[in-house]
Design a protein around this ligand. Sequence first.
Ligand code: ADP
Ligand code: MG
Length: 429
Amino acid sequence: MVETWFKAVSLQKWDAREKKIYLVAPNQFVQDWLNTHYVPIFQRHLSRLLNVDAVAISFSTQNTPTPDAQASVPAVNKTTLARKADVKAHQGINASYRFDTFVVGPSNELAYAAAQAVTHRPGQVYNPLFIYGGAGLGKTHLLHAIGNEIRASNKRVSLIYQTADRFVNEFIYAIRFDKIHLFQAKYKDVDVLLIDDIQFIAHKDQTQEAFFHIFNSLYDAHKQLVFSSDTYPQNLNGIAERLRSRLESGLVTDIHAPSVETKVAILKKKADLHRVTLTDDVAFFLASRVVSSVRALEGSLIHIIAVASLTGQSISLELAQKVLVRTHKQERADVHMEHIAQCVAQFYGLTMTDLRSEGRLKHISCARQVCMYLMKQMTDKSLQEIGLFLGRRDHSTVLHAISRVKEQLKKVSFAAQVSSIEERIMQAS
Ligand code: ADP
Ligand code: MG
């Protein structure tokens, strides 16, 4: 996989004095991907190649103008800044996280409705609003959506979005440099305060104290307060009881992991935003394969779009399978065949002996096929090894099983079944 990325990149300029190398990626997707995943690898290889201790790397895309020798700010920085300016609205609000870019399903409809209600009558209903749920399920998106919506309807509303860890840092900075009055002034007069990942103020007693006062004075003045967290208020360890009970005094609502259908809808929406079309088979495949979070789902989609655009292929089921199998294998190298077989057997109410038996009863052979498929997806074992493990079957039997399962994955109910087995495997491993 790494080679694919390397090949796509060309050298634009080497600035020996600054020890900086300018590389060009064929498009924005590839650039973003390289920036987040491969910078250290590039640095390692290039510094060896160029025989210097450390090299700084700057990526740009093909349509970025070449930086001239005098320019102190490389061209790539300008584009990055321009792009940031596009998406950043006021007070740290990301303009692309809106209600209309959020897909609503059973897993998030309550949180969504509450968030909308808050924007219609800030400070009047559900105060504070407390949204909790696992990582990557859309909490931050909803907080920004509230901010964007309130801003759009009234430009004069003063609004702050802040993550709790930055809030803590701000506070520490304020005490260190004797700027507490500025800190207090900043938060005292807002109409809407959105604090993301409030769990990060746990065990920070002094920050909690300051936060408690801000909370009370805003609350008493009927200002809207919105919080997100990875768990519900009473479960927040390291947060003072009086603060926990304040946090849960309004509306507490959670977001769960989305259903396969919601995941498909999210994928289609994201694909639209990137101006690519996603066929149903690819969307269902991704939705059933990626279980952990919407963020991971989005990551896989971007990965596939990037590989497609890099290699000039269209986005097909085959390509999606190839890309995902590679990433999943890397993440899941520690899952064993034994464990997978146990989870599959348990799911179908069978024993290990059933799975390994000669038996050709339909429900047993179906379970066996799913087992083979999952072993191929989740481990590095060869077809031979998988066949051997499951009752000395030869590799062509395994191959056949895998392709049958892939065929059936087009059915939503079957895809959901396989993904729930996979979830069990991951949870218990
Ligand atoms: P959290 O804050 O809960 O960890 P985020 O709000 O950062 O999760 O969401 C992670 C990514 O998934 C973001 O890019 C967000 O836009 C996207 N996302 C999550 N839920 C949805 C949804 N229901 N519809 C559209 N995009 C979503
Ligand atoms: Mg978040």
